[in-house]
Design a protein around this ligand. Structure first.
Ligand SMILES: [Zn+2]
Length: 74
């Protein structure tokens, strides 16, 4: 699966594991985690589980959070 997003199989951007949508969602997750971590004592895994279980999480972000959690790609 070269040059395909590891989450959805769409063509990915050069240098990224993800397509444009999932790359953007992943970056947003990382930024959100930085903010959460300052307020809460929370790990990346716990954060991803929160995000995946939150009904307000966007579709792309949820996919990223779920896949990262289930594959242990942390
Ligand atoms: Zn994708």
């Amino acid at each position: 699966m070269q040059d395909r997003c590891t989450l959805c199989g769409r063509r990915r951007k050069g240098g990224s594991k993800y397509c444009l949508y999932h790359q953007r969602a992943y970056e947003n997750l990382k930024r959100a985690f930085e903010r959460w971590r300052q307020a809460l004592d929370i790990s990346w895994v716990e954060f991803l589980k929160e995000v995946a279980g939150n009904p307000e999480t966007g579709e792309w972000a949820r996919e990223v959070a779920e896949r990262l959690t289930e594959r242990g790609l942390l």
